[in-house]
Design a protein around this ligand. Structure first.
Ligand code: CLF
Ligand code: SF4
Length: 483
């Protein structure tokens, strides 16, 4: 059954002694600068709504909502495609009954679990009957689980009061366009008011409903996140306008996701050869949007049945046939884990601040650093075990999370394949250094050959402390001399 990961198991064998600051003294409850305390309280354990929270907390999706009322050219709602990782794809569709059984099993085994989301495989709001029944029953069983939904927005105005009444505090609308002419190239048809609409008329109705839904969420104080799929040559430049409009309407967060496009997925875009953006194109667009709604850069484009920390998918451990027929919810593991996180976060925040101070003394260019991490905010994963690297930009101005690069796991039962390593090197293009818990000579030499430094000198350190220490050491000769 599921392996239990505790916070302690993610932490260092020896804690970093540098901090002279206790958890309570350092304000573990403090949010990012500029965020009101009550808002931080609502997002601090949501792995999607707060970047910092994604080091500690997990989400699970239950695929209870198969029906959808629109067609997106990047979606093909296949039900059995366990090797793919993208929204709208799911391997096991559940009834609300089955979903509750699975949620309790996950809550008992994954103490990081803080959010239950319905994100498909169809539309959580259009298929409201299934979503609502699942949420009602989960609220009775595990009252402190946050509820979250993701929708295309077309049916949102019809169910907004039910959503508010249920206390759902986090709603995502996927908004890819403002201009219906662009929208028609992404969404070929919609089904609305018992009628099918196509082309620009369909896009116009979808746009109006999305805007109305967003306004209604904001009016009710519900935290609205906007997802936009970046499609080069279709809506990439237009997303600046999308960002402007959703910011002006009060969206809490804007998440720009790269189009995933592959002919093997059988989507319209995949079959037509429409490409997705490169990481550099995505970053350039995101950087150009500074000043608008907060940007989410840590999205993993989860499956509709994802389980675990963002970046890991433990869904296969909880397939229905592996679950007991009946399990009682045990609140103890999650409660204990939360206490540990509350303590640890204060220490992490103090180290983050210290790292910022250290960086201010360095006079050097901005560079990208990749981190191998299993969560908990630490550099705590071996190079060969990583299935993704978290990428940060470091400069004298600070450390900024940029995104993640997915890779195939290099080490398989003690052996590494050259072809896999080539893929990892390609994924790390543009990165100056990789900080890991451990790395062997062979991959280290290959990385060096590709111009990427690899270091295990900061193993089990906090991510920001390790990055700052590496940066200061690398640019030692350019440390500013102060009086
Ligand atoms: Fe799920 Fe979405 Fe809620 Fe998160 S995911 S419904 S807000 S709990 Fe998160 Fe996954 Fe990205 Fe979605 S990383 S795809 S943004
Ligand atoms: Fe697929 Fe979601 Fe678009 Fe419906 S709204 S077609 S499920 S991506």
């Amino acid at each position: 059954m599921a392996q239990i990961i505790t916070l302690e198991s993610l932490l260092a064998p020896a804690a970093d002694p540098a901090s002279g600051c206790t958890a309570s003294a350092c304000g573990s409850q403090q949010g990012p600068a500029g965020m009101a305390a009550d808002v931080w309280e609502r997002v601090k354990d949501h792995p999607c709504y707060a970047e910092e929270a994604h080091h500690y907390f997990a989400r699970m999706h239950v695929a209870v909502a198969p029906a959808c009322n629109i067609q997106c050219n990047y979606c093909n709602r296949k039900y059995d495609c366990a090797n793919e990782s993208r929204p709208g794809v799911v391997s096991e569709k559940l009834t609300p009954d089955q979903a509750v059984r699975k949620i309790i099993a996950v809550a008992n085994s994954v103490p990081q679990l803080s959010v239950l989301g319905v994100a498909g495989p169809g539309d959580a709001v259009y298929d409201w009957r299934h979503t609502a029944e699942t949420f009602r029953r989960v609220q009775a069983a595990i009252p402190d689980l946050r509820l979250c939904i993701s929708t295309n927005g077309l049916a949102l105005p019809d169910h907004i009061d039910a959503i508010a009444a249920m206390g759902i505090d986090h709603v995502t609308i996927t908004i890819n366009f403002i201009d219906p002419e662009i929208g028609a190239r992404i969404h070929p048809w919609i089904f609305h008011n018992h009628q099918r609409f196509t082309g620009i008329e369909a896009a116009r109705i979808l746009h109006e409903r999305q805007m109305l839904g967003l306004e209604m969420l904001v009016a009710r104080g519900i935290l609205a996140k906007i997802n936009s799929v970046m499609i080069p040559g279709v809506n990439d430049a237009h997303l600046v306008e999308v960002n402007r409009v959703v910011t002006q309407k009060g969206a809490f967060l804007h998440n720009i996701m790269p189009l995933i496009s592959d002919p093997a997925h059988g989507t319209a875009f995949g079959l037509s050869g429409q490409r997705g953006p490169t990481p550099a194109e995505l970053k350039t667009l995101q950087d150009s949007l500074a000043g608008g709604a907060n940007l989410m850069r840590h999205c993993r484009q989860c499956r509709a049945d994802a389980v675990g920390l963002l970046g890991e998918d433990r869904g296969q451990e909880f397939n229905l046939d592996q679950l007991p027929a009946e399990t009682a919810y045990d609140p103890a593991p999650r409660a204990t884990y939360r206490e540990l996180v509350a303590e640890t976060r204060g220490e992490h925040a103090a180290h983050r601040e210290a790292a910022r101070d250290d960086l201010a003394a360095v006079d050097a260019p901005a560079v990208l650093v990749a981190i191998a991490t299993r969560g908990g905010g630490r550099i705590n994963q071996h190079f060969g075990h990583a299935q993704e690297f978290q990428v940060y930009e470091v400069s004298p101005d600070g450390i900024r999370f940029i995104g993640h690069r997915r890779v195939e796991q290099y080490c398989q039962s003690g052996w590494g394949e050259d072809a896999t390593l080539d893929g990892v090197l390609a994924a790390l293009a543009g990165v100056a250094c990789v900080l890991v818990a451990k790395i062997g000579d062979c991959p280290r030499n290959s990385l060096t050959g590709a111009g990427i430094e690899a270091s295990q000198d900061h193993a089990y350190d906090w991510i920001e402390s390790g990055i700052a220490a590496w940066y200061a050491q690398r640019y030692r000769s350019t440390v500013r001399l102060t009086a």
